[in-house]
Design a protein around this ligand. Structure first.
Ligand SMILES: Nc1ncnc2c1ncn2[C@@H]1O[C@H](COP(=O)(O)OP(=O)(O)OP(=O)(O)O)[C@@H](O)[C@H]1O
Ligand SMILES: [Mg+2]
Length: 294
């Protein structure tokens, strides 16, 4: 079965699509059979990073026309297999849970080692659930305070939803689940959830602690201009450990590079056309750590 790598951020415009497309090219170049999927259901534009002005056939065709999954895979000139998103914004933003499961099921059974999901910004349940089902979870961010805050917010909602799913089969946790579902942060941190669970069932609280500690995410800092920005990694990691208690792997950074935007304008996929650049080397390093640590 293929392993799913999901790339999310919370804040928009931090470089999820650039990172997804570049990692797909790096993994493919490294001999790992990889399928890149535009899962930004409301604002698909990953095709722009692969040299396409308009999306080729994609998810929409699969869901609405019951097309075979193999028929919607585009072999791109850079060797990456690709499933495009939809230009039909309203149609795709409302994909149902059943449709989503059918699609993911087909992806998992497709003949690939890795499936990369480029997720949309924000914290819609579609994005959160796609993130949570991935074997490898990556958060992209830059060093702006809003990006850091939104990355934290995204992880918090994703983790709470993950716990809620875990507890949902037991009636005794109904009240806790109701509070977990409340996005306006009824629980300020993970310890207060654990304490509530312990008042209901001490053994369950211990199990939940293990469950939380096994939730692991990789972080990538993008658009780095100054070395001191790398301190963001340490600050973010300590906040996550303190308030959410999940494990964080620093997968690496990508410098701010004018050629990224330039290559989108020229319709040339960045990684493959700048193979010898320092930026491509950073992407290869992220690829290595992703395989070793996540
Ligand atoms: N390392 C970088 N250096 C310079 N420009 C970059 C870098 N990474 C991304 N960009 C540029 O920043 C813009 C946003 O990147 P991208 O579309 O990948 O972000 P995103 O997180 O996928 O956005 P969205 O939330 O809208 O999906 C693009 O114009 C891209 O060319
Ligand atoms: Mg994007």
């Amino acid at each position: 079965m293929a392993e799913i790598i999901a790339i999310a951020s919370g804040k928009g415009g931090v470089g999820k699509s650039f990172l997804s497309s570049s990692l797909a090219q790096s993994l493919t170049a490294g001999g790992h059979k990889t399928l890149l999927v535009d899962a930004d259901l409301g604002g698909a534009n990953l095709h722009n990073f692969l040299g396409y002005k308009v999306p080729p056939m994609g998810i929409y065709n699969f869901l609405r026309e019951k097309t075979n999954i193999n028929d919607i895979i585009t072999q791109t000139p850079v060797g990456v297999d690709f499933i495009a998103g939809s230009g039909d914004i309203l149609g795709m933003a409302h994909i149902t849970k059943v449709e989503r499961s059918r699609f993911i099921d087909k992806l998992k059974n497709a003949d690939y080692e890795f499936i990369i999901l480029d997720l949309g910004a924000g914290t819609s349940f579609n994005m959160i659930d796609l993130f949570n089902l991935a074997e490898k979870k990556i958060i992209a961010m830059n060093s702006e305070p809003t990006a850091i805050e939104n990355a934290y917010g995204f992880l918090k909602i994703a983790l709470y939803r993950h716990i809620e799913r875990y507890l949902s089969s037991e009636v005794q946790f109904d009240e806790i689940n109701r509070k977990l579902r409340n996005k306006s942060a009824t629980y300020q941190n993970i310890n207060s959830i654990s304490e509530d669970i312990a008042t209901v069932d001490q053994n369950a609280a211990e199990e939940i602690s293990k469950f939380i500690e096994s939730y692991k995410v990789g972080i990538v800092l993008n658009m780095v201009r100054f070395k001191k920005e790398l301190n963001v990694f340490y600050g973010f990691e300590s906040i996550i450990k303190k308030y959410l208690r999940i494990s964080v792997e620093k997968l690496g950074f990508i410098p701010y590079d004018e050629s990224v935007g330039e290559s989108v304008r020229l319709m040339l996929p960045f990684y493959s056309s700048n193979r010898d650049s320092g930026t491509a080397a950073c992407i290869d390093d992220i690829h290595q750590l992703l395989l070793e640590k996540l």
